[in-house]
Design a protein around this ligand. Structure first.
Ligand SMILES: Cc1cc2nc3c(=O)[nH]c(=O)nc-3n(C[C@H](O)[C@H](O)[C@H](O)COP(=O)(O)OP(=O)(O)OC[C@H]3O[C@@H](n4cnc5c(N)ncnc54)[C@H](O)[C@@H]3O)c2cc1C
Length: 410
């Protein structure tokens, strides 16, 4: 009989941490993973480099956690960014801090992060790592035993039951379903009467309409991006953005996408305004342009624009601003407007906003307030972060806390 003290469902970063810390407390643990290997999504992170976490202190870190950083605080203090780095270094992974306090493996290879975690799990004799094991449903039977009904590669057509005293759901959200996260955990949580806060794609490309496809492939550095909802600027960010086949993304596009997607879903009018010269005021720009163009005399506008923006941007910029002239150039440079009519969905967004309602989960232990013995960790929870390593830290910290709390509660 497949009997364990703790079953962890889902072998992403949250599930791997949960299994490790439950086993560290001496419990017999099964880690059930639907795909052929654990941590498939980790391989994609940070464009293959894996932005593991962010080095900032809690006071700054919390500003990047949504919708309730207070809920996450216990998990963070239980297993912080510092603790994570120590853990990975002790396991043999070299770490590097980069711009924006983002932490990466020194090798710049996300596979090294995944392999380090897997090696640590394999060192624990009391963890059964069970890939190709898809949990189809979970029951709670008399005496408080969980039964995970698993479709595995044993050759059986019907599900095989796995029994446990505690069960930790770490099945992720809905983004990049090819990595295994296809929302199964929400269904299982609902079967235990948990409320799922409406999910939306987040950290995703925003689609301008009309979209000038000549911009695709361009990255703009040191620009500002303003998110405008119903005519009001609701968020302003400075840094780098990219135009891709999906739309406007990159660090800036992602940062405003959370609010933008929610506004679009409500039917609000959404726009993005790029300020190509955020370091200069309109009057400073005016002075500079007057100086550069000798008061606008005999200037070839197109040639001049090539000095102010990447060459590939000039034609689309002129096409989108047909009334452009030397006199209105300062205003145009600081107000390049895009109407946003859509966004890229779960198939290619970085993270899912929404999920298991935090009001129904203990922030101290991550145990369900509805079903004793059931725990949640990672993206399945209604917690998400900005880009910069915050989402993986959510997964690592909540995974560590859920594994530990489930183990010591026995
Ligand atoms: C392209 C991309 C780049 C990213 N880059 C970064 C980055 O650099 N830094 C950062 O902080 N965050 C990044 N993220 C976000 C981060 O990867 C996720 O937030 C994090 O992986 C969530 O961890 P998780 O363990 O909760 O869920 P997941 O990583 O999604 O893992 C869930 C696991 O559960 C398994 N599972 C699902 N259903 C079942 C079932 N029924 N039975 C058994 N197993 C099941 C899945 O197969 C999967 O292995 C990125 C995400 C994407 C998509």
């Amino acid at each position: 009989m497949n009997k364990y003290e703790i079953i962890v469902v889902g072998g992403g970063p949250a599930g791997m941490m949960a299994a490790y810390f439950a086993a560290k407390e001496g419990k017999k643990v099964a880690l059930l993973e639907k795909k052929e290997s654990c941590g498939k999504k980790i391989l994609l992170t940070g464009k293959g480099r894996c932005n593991i976490t962010n080095n900032r202190s809690w006071e700054e870190f919390k500003l990047h956690i949504h919708p309730d950083s207070g809920f996450f605080k216990n998990s963070f203090y239980h297993f912080s960014n510092e603790a994570l780095v120590k853990f990975l270094e002790a396991a043999g992974l070299e770490i590097e801090v980069q711009r924006g306090e983002r932490i990466f493996p020194a090798s710049q290879k996300s596979a090294d992060v995944r392999d380090t975690l897997l090696n640590e799990l394999k060192k624990m004799p009391n963890i059964d790592l069970l890939p190709n094991s898809e949990v189809m449903s979970v029951d709670l039977v008399e005496g408080g035993t969980f039964v995970a009904n698993v479709m595995n590669d044993s050759g059986l057509i019907k599900c095989e039951p796995y029994f446990s005293d505690k069960l930790i759901l770490c099945t992720g959200g809905l983004s990049y379903p090819a990595t295994g996260s296809s929302g199964d955990g929400y269904r299982i949580a609902k079967s235990f009467r948990h409320n799922i806060v409406e999910t939306t794609p987040s950290l995703t490309a925003l689609k301008p309409s009309p979209y000038n496809f000549f911009l695709v492939g361009v990255t703009l550095k040191n620009v500002a991006l303003n998110l405008v909802i119903e005519g009001n600027v609701v968020q302003s960010e400075q840094g780098e953005l990219s135009f891709t086949s999906g739309g406007i993304e990159g660090a800036l596009g992602f940062r405003v996408s959370r609010k933008a997607v929610k506004a679009l879903l409500k039917g609000s009018k959404v726009g993005l305004v790029i300020d190509l010269k955020p370091g200069l005021t309109i009057s400073q720009l005016k002075d500079r342009i007057t100086r550069d163009t000798l008061g606008g005399k005999k200037v070839d506008l197109k040639k001049y624009l090539q000095k102010l923006m990447p060459r590939q941007v000039v034609d689309p910029f002129i096409a989108m601003n047909p009334d452009i002239s030397i006199s209105n150039l300062p205003i145009k440079l600081k107000n390049w407007k895009f109407d946003i009519k859509g966004y890229v969905g779960y198939e290619r967004c970085v993270v899912t906003a929404g999920g298991v309602d935090l009001g129904e989960v203990s922030r101290k232990t991550l145990e369900s307030k509805i079903v004793p013995g059931l725990y949640f960790a990672g993206e399945i929870l209604d917690l998400d972060g900005d880009t910069g390593g915050y989402n993986l830290q959510i997964a690592f910290s909540t995974g560590a806390l859920a594994g530990y709390s489930a183990a010591i509660a026995m």
